[in-house]
Design a protein around this ligand. Structure first.
Ligand code: FE2
Length: 190
């Protein structure tokens, strides 16, 4: 089967959805960070421009319904149903379902595996940046790794999900974390 070349949502249409559904600046920022990490990985994997945009849209939309529908019964099903109505393709929708472990949706595609790998780690990297004077600009994987071992730091972030995500994409922590930090450094957030 040939992968679809369009997500059904352009980057700018996806951002309009984000602004319509999410008012919390921290959540908007998180979604932008995951989108940036996903786009960076699509480039690393040598995917087409159209696929880079699809990976970006996947990252940007993964928590679309989190603010309005945070329960396990609804998140991310409500968002996925909405995105399906907008013509978003199944690969993206499956990846969004798969980032929530409890849906039981298998993470089969590279997109799905990378979304899961980027989600929790991006949140943790942003948390690391918050306690540094220059944010993530000089943050290095070594420092992130040290903080991961401190269970009291950003305690809500699942270390298990980070480890499982890493295993899914077959990279070293240093490599994955370094790439993620670099992508997050470039996030322009208004
Ligand atoms: Fe997320």
């Amino acid at each position: 089967m040939t992968a679809p070349t369009t997500s059904g949502l352009t980057r700018s249409a996806a951002r309009a959805e984000l602004h319509a559904w999410v008012s919390n600046p921290a959540l908007r920022h998180h979604m932008e960070c995951v989108a940036a990490c996903m786009e960076a990985y699509a480039a690393t994997l040598g995917l087409s421009d159209a696929d880079r945009e699809r990976w970006f849209v996947c990252g940007l939309m993964h928590d679309l319904d989190w603010e309005r529908h945070p329960t396990k019964e609804e998140h991310p099903r409500v968002g996925v149903a909405h995105l399906r109505g907008k013509g978003v393709d199944d690969e993206i929708l499956d990846a969004i379902m798969g980032h929530a472990e409890y849906t039981g949706t298998p993470r089969e595609s590279a997109m799905s595996k990378h979304l899961f790998a980027c989600d929790e780690l991006a949140g943790f990297i942003v948390a690391c940046g918050k306690v540094r004077p220059d944010g993530v600009q000089t943050l290095e994987p070594k420092s992130v790794e040290k903080k991961l071992k401190n269970a009291a730091f950003a305690a809500a972030v699942s270390r298990e999900d980070i480890a499982n995500g890493l295993a899914g994409i077959g990279r070293t922590f240093e490599d994955h974390c370094g790439r993620s930090i670099e992508a997050i450094r470039g996030v322009q957030f208004q």
